[in-house]
Write a new protein. Structure first.
Length: 120
């Protein structure tokens, strides 16, 4: 029951769902996610902790930087099903389409400079 509640809680917030959709493009640094959401770093960190607790994302730290990606093929079936459902349901959503375009420009930004901006 706890896993179900954690999953539904994670999916109950627009910013977290948008973040999951960003991650369909691949791994992102926390600073890139902050840039995409235009929220305070602490707020984004909290969102990412909820997604990680629900096992929807995997995290790794490299030096000072935190990287996130969607849960992999070894994730429990309900998690993989939820991610697939999101991708199929929101593929043509207007916000997701706008985010996809914005992500292209964020990915072109120098990640080190972007991270320094949010670490200051």
């Amino acid at each position: 029951m706890r896993e179900f509640i954690a999953l539904t809680k994670a999916l109950a917030d627009e910013n977290r769902v948008r973040t999951l959709m960003f991650l369909t493009s691949g791994q992102l640094c926390l600073c890139q996610i902050i840039e995409m959401l235009s929220l305070a770093p602490s707020t984004v960190s909290k969102h990412m902790a909820i997604l990680k607790q629900a096992r929807l994302v995997e995290a790794r730290k490299q030096g000072r930087w935190h990287y996130y990606r969607l849960a992999g093929t070894d994730a429990p079936k309900p998690i993989r099903t939820a991610i697939c459902w999101l991708q199929n349901t929101l593929a043509k959503n207007k916000q997701v389409t706008r985010d996809r375009e914005r992500l292209k420009s964020v990915l072109k930004m120098d990640a080190n400079q972007l991270c320094k901006r949010y670490k200051s």
